[in-house]
Design a protein around this ligand. Sequence first.
Ligand SMILES: [Zn+2]
Length: 295
Amino acid sequence: MAVNKITVGDFQITLLSDGLWRNDGGCMFGVVPRALWQREHPADDDNRIALNLTCPLIMRGDTAVLVDTGIGNRLTAVERKIFDHGEGWLPDGLRGLGMEPGDISHVVLSHLHFDHCGGIVRRRASGALEAAFPRARVIVQRGELEIARSSRNERLRAAYRHVQECLAPIDAALEPLSGDTELVAGLHIRVTGGHTADHQIVEVSGDRGECFVHLADIVPTRSHIKGPWNQAYDLDALRTMEVKIDYLVRAIEGGWWISFAHDDRVLAAQLRSDRGRLVLGESIPMMPLKSTTGS
Ligand SMILES: [Zn+2]
């Protein structure tokens, strides 16, 4: 069985997935022409490419921090077809570790787009939504929350139209943050901006310089390690590029692990420089795992 675990200091990191889905290739690669991206990411007849929903689970003792929650099971039948998303992956992945949703102590949401916060709630057979991780504190930037809840901008309102439905059942668990913080010793949350104004990432460090970083939508796929390859969704693509190069250079120097929020083949990788070009080094492939519960 392929290994999907990384050890950093006394943290164990498991790269869970909320499953594969599809989204418009042009949106995923912004200004990059299709002729370039389709070699690595072939599009279907609807111009959609295969993507993953990587959710790192960072554990030490009783602390279990889940980073992002995927799409979950709240989509309507029509939306499920548009995004070609199957259900049940994240709960199945937890069960595979011998864990239950109630074992998650913290959920860190990088931002509040539906493919990152949708799984914070679960739709019951009755149709009602409930907290998917009933004991978790839910960490999100205060600025992200404010924009998601009250922006009057047409584009932002569309991007966050699901937020009320996702956050109402977990309102009491929400812990809005203002800026960077060390959530537990060795686990930092840092605001990057770029993709959204208050997009945040998670960085886990050990005593000997080892490090794992989930850059979320700053480097969504293996192809986005290239500087100009950024999503059309980015509100500040130049900021995304700055943050990206800063992290990737340090990742090469320090032998860090970087996980990819949406890559359909690679969950995480170490990077190296090959004649001035960034390339993947040792990597952890996407597990050939298929959900069976569909719950
Ligand atoms: Zn995303």
